[in-house]
Design a protein around this ligand. Structure first.
Ligand code: ZN
Length: 134
């Protein structure tokens, strides 16, 4: 199991962000039952959900955190565990794409492409119209 794998709260098996859902229920101003599960294992009583692919994106994660502020949360430990599990996906410094983008930016090169590497045919083709200067 990789260091950053998410684990389904329902079945205990690893779950990819694409197939993960953060769910909870909200009633009478109280939020409870926070769970991170496979899409197929979302608890039946859940009334709210956030797709995993949104939860691991910085803006989606930040929305999820700030949207909880000021709410009454019954099972705070479950929410904390979910935030901790998602955080490495949002902030990990060793994400290869992220690292290549930072290096490329520092060399004034194309984001997402390792400095010195030839851009893919698709990327090169996409740049052509802009480089014609006409
Ligand atoms: Zn599961």
């Amino acid at each position: 199991m990789a260091e950053y794998d998410l684990v389904c709260d329902a079945c205990g098996k690893p779950v990819e962000p694409d197939d993960a859902v953060v769910s909870w229920s909200s009633a009478e101003g109280i939020e409870r039952g926070f769970a991170l599960t496979h899409t197929a294992h979302v608890p039946a009583q859940a009334t709210q959900r956030l797709e995993g692919r949104q939860a691991v994106w910085p803006s989606g994660y930040l929305w999820f955190v700030t949207d909880r502020l000021g709410k009454r949360v019954e099972d705070l430990d479950a929410l904390k565990a979910i935030l901790a599990a998602l955080a490495p996906f949002v902030m990990r410094p060793d994400n290869p794409t992220e690292m290549d983008s930072m290096r490329a930016a520092s060399f004034g090169q194309r984001l997402g492409v390792k400095p010195g590497a030839a851009p893919s045919a698709v990327a090169a083709g996409a740049q052509e119209p802009h480089e014609g200067g006409k």
